[in-house]
Design a protein around this ligand. Structure first.
Ligand SMILES: Nc1nc2c(c(=O)[nH]1)N[C@H]1C(S)=C(S)[C@@H](COP(=O)(O)O)O[C@H]1N2
Ligand SMILES: [Mo]
Length: 249
């Protein structure tokens, strides 16, 4: 596909995807951002793009009136169901793998750490987008607190939900893991994250497509290679449907 047709396809897809949502399609900010995205695409792929650049941030006026739910909307496991019933009061996030000090953190601990709030656009590969406000703990902070090893190359997110018995998982490299907009969000549009959107916490890795935004994150594992994780391609959809591991936008 040529760059120009790719660009029309992108704009076409987004236009189509938000057909029910005039506010987004007509928003001058979004138009501007799409143009910026074009430029980024034209300037090249992963290695040429500045991986540390920030994803565009928006204002509350740009928030989508409706933010679609996609993929699983409620993990079926007995464990998760019990945590959900108790409002995640005894739930703990595990941080392990190549770290000096493995951690187990309650939701209250995560919420009392320094926080970041950002209004960003979520782009699903299936062709819809939505702008939402996310608040959570920077992943970099947790990884530093756990004393991440200099051998770590990737961070894997293990989730509570499954597709036909296989739990969802995703992974990112250290550049994205340490990126200032990469957060574990517990709050969406100023409300506690709903179960449908990934309670109690979900990843926001704003420079990448929707399927990288792991919901229901139970465990974070620092690794030096992805080969040992399930099918070896770094994520559920990467292993099962040929999705690209690097889904940069
Ligand atoms: N654990 C988990 N994370 C997931 C998914 C999922 O099914 N399970 N779906 C992915 C996809 S394809 C998208 S587009 C977004 C959807 O997030 P939302 O339901 O909050 O819109 O979550 C991503 N993360
Ligand atoms: Mo998606």
């Amino acid at each position: 596909m040529t760059l120009v047709s790719r660009r029309s396809a992108l704009i076409g897809t987004l236009g189509l995807a938000v057909a029910g949502c005039d506010r987004i399609t007509t928003s001058p900010t979004v138009r501007k951002v799409l143009t910026l995205g074009e430029k980024a695409t034209l300037s090249g792929q992963r290695l040429v793009t500045d991986r540390n650049a920030l994803a565009p941030e928006f204002t509350t006026a740009d928030l989508s009136p409706r933010f679609r739910v996609n993929g699983n909307r409620m993990p079926a496991s007995a464990d998760y169901q019990a945590h959900m019933a108790s409002g995640f009061s005894t739930w703990q996030l595990e941080v392990g793998g190549l770290v000096r000090q493995p951690l187990r953190l309650s939701l209250a601990q995560l919420m009392s750490a320094p926080q970041r709030t950002q209004i960003t656009r979520h782009d699903c590969v299936e062709g819809w987008s939505a702008i939402g406000e996310w608040t959570g703990v920077p992943l970099a902070l947790l990884l530093r607190k756990a004393g991440i090893s200099s051998n770590a190359q990737y961070v894997v997110f293990h989730c509570a939900d499954d597709f036909s018995g296989m739990r969802y998982y995703e992974s990112i490299d250290m550049i994205d893991a340490m990126h200032p907009q990469t957060i574990l969000a517990h709050t969406m549009n100023r409300q506690p994250l709903s179960v449908a959107h990934g309670a109690p916490i979900r990843l926001r890795v704003e420079r990448q497509l929707g399927y990288k935004q792991a919901k229901y994150v139970m465990k974070i594992e620092a690794v030096d290679r992805l080969g040992g994780i399930h099918g070896g391609k770094g994520g559920y959809w990467e292993d099962h449907s040929g999705y690209q591991w690097y889904a940069g936008i």
